[in-house]
Design a binder for this molecule. Structure first.
Ligand code: PLI
Length: 460
């Protein structure tokens, strides 16, 4: 009896299915070449299992779809806005809400309000759109995540933690008045979906309070972070995900949210703050960039689906199955000796392309190459999270991130365990023939967020 596992299973059953197109190797070869070896430029109908992102790709529940029918499409004062406002206050604990079309809409508004030219924004690793909005507003991002986050093999349980000594050094060097806020993410995306601990958040709150610096939370995947706190941090074993999420948020002054992830909707986001002055300015600015402050670029039905999705996202059963599926895939990859970032994170498996393809230099884009090879093998679409995503500094030099990763991102409530097996087998097959794989050169590079639209050619 003692050997019987206590498995998780999905806390839902399937009511409708979407048929997938299977492709031949020849079709994939043509599609990949036409897409300039950039998985972002593939047509979705040429993809079998789509692990490009967990953003906006979740399956909504029957309740969310029912909520869509209750959309109040008034230009001003939609009933759905007030529902969303109530849920954000109740579940997340922030006082004031400004809806936006998605996360970067909130980042734009917040950066414009809080950042002045020459300001420094410390953060626990960059995120592409977040850093770009900080830079466009005249600020400079400084990485203050712990060193372990840059090491794919470190098994430290909270690799999303802020290194307080790095933050203290920045405060000393520039002065607190040059730091409008610390940008702290839960489930740090670029580190592999790694969590920050509650203890670290408490320490961050204490230090920033002493210096009068705000903490702004990128809460895109806060519920997944809460799961790791529940599983790994002493004192939180018996707390619910909902309680942990609320406590995390209580150590911060405001948040930007891409509701397309945790909150289980296909579009939507928001800015939420506790400070009336920031709210007042944001409420005014949102009219310029998104729409009136009671819809912010969303339809009433989108806000209703989001309000319901937020409630579903903090259920313990949901999160256990969600992260459980990611861990299942990661363990399969480990069994096949595929080098992945450890510990396994919350929203996907991050394969270490430097270790997978050690013969390809970072200038020949090992992660971009590997993402293309996985697609060619099986029609599974992944994405680069390495030197292409990192982009260029203001002086034009490339950023060379230590982590050169391919992200196998798992959409929520979409794929089955059998899909996970097929994905791991594809990674293992490509790993077996890794020595024969050559790198690529970039033949087209757009100015902003180049990873979305860049094109490549295979080196011969
Ligand atoms: O894609 P948006 O504009 O709704 O959200 C931007 C955004 C902000 N923060 C974090 C941590 C993200 O992961 C994020 C978007 N992520 C995408 C699209 C992804 O594929 O990971």
């Amino acid at each position: 009896m003692t050997n019987i596992k206590n498995s998780w299973a999905e806390p839902y059953k399937i009511k409708m299915v979407e048929l997938l197109k299977m492709t031949t190797p020849a079709q994939r070869k043509k599609a990949m070449k036409d897409a300039g070896y950039n998985t972002f430029l593939l047509k979705s109908e040429d993809v079998y299992i789509d692990l490009l992102t967990d953003s906006g790709t979740s399956a909504m529940s029957d309740r969310q779809w029912a909520g869509m029918m209750l959309g109040d499409e008034a230009y001003a004062g939609s009933r759905n806005f007030y529902n969303l406002e109530r849920v954000v206050k109740d579940v997340y604990g922030y006082k004031y809400l400004i809806p936006t079309h998605q996360g970067r809409g909130a980042e734009n508004i917040l950066s414009k309000i809080l950042i002045k030219k020459g300001d420094i924004i410390p953060g626990n690793m960059y995120f592409t759109t977040t850093r770009l909005h900080q830079e466009l507003a005249g600020g400079k991002f400084e990485d203050i995540i712990i060193d372990e986050a840059h090491d794919s093999e470190s098994e430290f349980p909270f690799k999303g933690n802020v290194d307080m000594s790095k933050l203290e050094r920045l405060i000393k060097k520039y002065g607190a008045e040059k730091i409008p806020y610390v940008s702290v993410a839960t489930s740090v995306n670029m580190a592999g979906g790694q969590p920050i601990s509650m203890k670290n958040l408490r320490e961050l709150r204490a230090l920033t309070k002493k210096h009068g610096i705000r903490v702004i939370h990128d809460m895109t995947r806060v519920a997944e972070n809460a799961y790791f706190i529940q599983q790994r941090e002493k004192g939180y074993e018996k707390k619910t995900i909902r309680e942990i999420v609320k406590e995390i948020n209580s150590y911060t002054d405001g948040a930007t949210m891409s509701a397309k992830k945790d909150a289980l909707v296909n579009i939507g986001g928001f800015l939420a703050v506790n400070d009336w002055d920031v709210f007042e300015e944001a409420r005014n600015m949102v009219v310029v960039y998104e729409g009136l402050h009671t819809y912010g670029g969303l339809a009433g039905r989108d806000m209703e689906a989001m309000a319901i999705g937020i409630e579903e996202s903090v259920s313990d059963e949901h999160i256990r199955a969600r992260v459980g599926q990611v861990i299942y895939l990661g363990q399969k990859m480990i069994e096949y000796n595929v080098p992945i970032v450890k510990p396994i994170g919350g929203h996907g498996i991050f394969v270490d392309a430097k270790k997978f393809l050690p013969h390809i230099s970072q200038d020949a884009f090992p992660a971009q190459t590997l993402a293309a090879e996985i697609y060619l093998d099986s029609g599974v679409r992944t994405m680069e999270r390495g030197v292409v995503s990192a982009g260029r500094k203001a002086n034009g030099d490339n950023y060379y991130p230590k982590l050169e990763l391919v992200r196998f991102t798992i959409p929520r409530r979409v794929y089955t365990q059998a899909h996970m097996d097929v994905i791991a087998e594809s990674a293992a097959r490509v790993y077996e023939r890794r020595d024969k794989i050559k790198g690529m050169k970039m033949i087209y590079e757009p100015k902003y967020l180049r990873f979305f639209q860049a094109k490549f050619e295979k080196l011969t």
